[in-house]
Write a protein that binds this ligand. Structure first.
Ligand code: FE2
Length: 295
């Protein structure tokens, strides 16, 4: 009889321990990641190596790059340099930019390295989608096969959906992104809203910007290299760290010295809350709207 009681207690103890550990193990599966934009490796002034050093020191091993990894489309030596700086100990996801792909020849080079023009991955309850705004004949658009693929991806029942692409839907510099095709851009935004996308990060503008539209947080991720446009708002050179904190994804925007310049959090779909800096929800660059650049 005593033996039976002991066994029952032991089973209860093990079950209790498993219950206690379950939330920890669930949380532990979420990899922290860093988002880097526009490194333009091969051009003067790239601070990609410095960013990667900071990211390594922070213990992060997953890099999401929102395009213009290299400076000269199709350059094998620049791709080699980019991969060398990134390091083989990390997982890299890239949403290519117009300096990575500029026509069929450089697309072929890109596909030689990455295999597919656009992709997705998942981590627990989170879907991460990496789009391609530079497909030959479909520049500055998400159209045709890619749009059909994206719609199917976003229809999947993930709690969090994070989208990365090079050209912004709502660029700081007017007509410098998907806003070239305003109706298609609006439809894409509606797809994001209806699908419960929490966050969309782009590059291309070489400035940092954050806005909240219909529950979707849109970020333009600054630069790790390339030209400094007149739009520079003092926060252009930065990278973003991301981690899952309980029920939120929390983000910190850091300069080359690792100093935090902005911080925000996103929650699922339309329930997002900005952790701070609600003033950033408004467009801050209306006066720059007349500029039109392509880089
Ligand atoms: Fe760029």
């Amino acid at each position: 009889m005593k033996e039976k009681v002991f066994i029952r207690k032991a089973v209860l103890c093990v079950a209790g321990l498993l219950l206690l550990l379950a939330p920890l193990s669930l949380r532990a599966q979420y990899a922290a990641f860093a988002v880097v934009s526009d490194s333009h490796v091969g051009a003067p002034g790239s601070v990609y190596a410095e960013f990667i050093r900071n990211i390594e020191e922070e213990g992060t091993r997953m890099i999401v790059h929102t395009g213009d990894a290299i400076n000269s489309p199709g350059s094998l030596s620049q791709w080699a340099q980019f991969f060398d700086i990134t390091g083989t100990d990390k997982t890299l996801y890239l949403a290519p930019g117009n300096h990575d792909i500029n026509g069929q020849k450089s697309l072929d080079v890109y596909l030689g390295f990455f295999g597919v023009p656009y992709s997705s991955t998942s981590d627990g309850d989170t879907l991460l989608v990496f789009l391609n705004t530079e497909l030959p004949g479909e520049e500055s658009r998400i159209a045709d096969e890619q749009l059909a693929w994206l719609s199917a991806e976003l229809a999947k029942p993930f709690r969090y959906k994070l989208v990365f692409l090079h050209e912004p839907l709502f660029p700081v510099i007017r007509h410098h992104g998907l806003d070239r095709y305003a109706q298609e851009r609006d439809n894409l935004h509606l797809l994001f809203v209806r699908s419960g996308v929490s966050l969309v990060v782009a590059g291309h503008d070489h400035v940092y910007d954050r806005s909240l539209r219909d529950g979707v947080t849109y970020v333009i991720g600054g630069r790790a290299g390339g030209k400094v446009w007149p739009t520079n708002n003092g926060r252009s050179t930065c990278y973003i760290t991301a981690k899952r904190t309980g029920d939120f994804y929390s983000f910190e925007v850091k300069d080359v010295n690792g100093k935090v310049k902005d911080a925000f959090a996103v929650k699922r779909g339309a329930q997002q809350k900005s952790a701070e800096g609600r003033e950033n929800n408004r467009r801050t660059t209306a006066s720059l709207g007349r500029l039109s650049l392509r880089d």
